[in-house]
Design a protein around this ligand. Structure first.
Ligand SMILES: [Cu+2]
Length: 139
């Protein structure tokens, strides 16, 4: 136990800084290789928090994306752009939801099933890793 103590002291302040509120992963048809995960991140600390990426055992890659809508020649164009990071200000919260930020699970290794739980490890600047489990839902 004693040898774990320095590790705990190092990471507890950071762990206490981030609060993850429940989210979900979108159920997609088996032929679709990518899907999106949504959740809300709250920063309880006094310094900005940057989400820089994520990992999951069910996909080859996870990217940070933001949906956008533009008007071009009278047409509404929908798309999404990759982001290098998402910053949560001190005392603030950022919701990942359809039409805004999402975590793109790219290259699913197998089709996901409704109701199954997907493990996601959130990677923050500075090396903090936070593991979350999100249900797959049809919405
Ligand atoms: Cu995306």
């Amino acid at each position: 136990m004693r040898r774990f103590l320095p590790w705990l002291l190092l990471f507890l302040p950071a762990l206490a800084q981030v609060a993850v509120e429940p989210g979900w992963v979108r159920l997609v048809p088996p032929v679709v290789p990518d899907t999106a995960a949504y959740l809300t991140l709250a920063n309880r600390g006094k310094t900005p928090l940057r989400l820089v990426g994520a990992e999951t055992p069910v996909a080859k890659r996870v990217s940070l994306h933001r949906d956008y809508q533009e008007h071009r020649g009278g047409h509404a164009v929908l798309g999404m752009r990759p982001l290098p990071y998402v910053e949560i200000p001190p005392g603030g919260r950022v919701a990942f939801r359809p039409g805004g930020y999402h975590l793109m699970l790219e290259g699913l290794k197998r089709p996901l099933k409704a109701g199954e739980k997907v493990e996601l490890t959130l990677l923050f600047q500075g090396g903090l890793r936070v593991k979350v489990t999100l249900p797959v839902e049809m919405r």
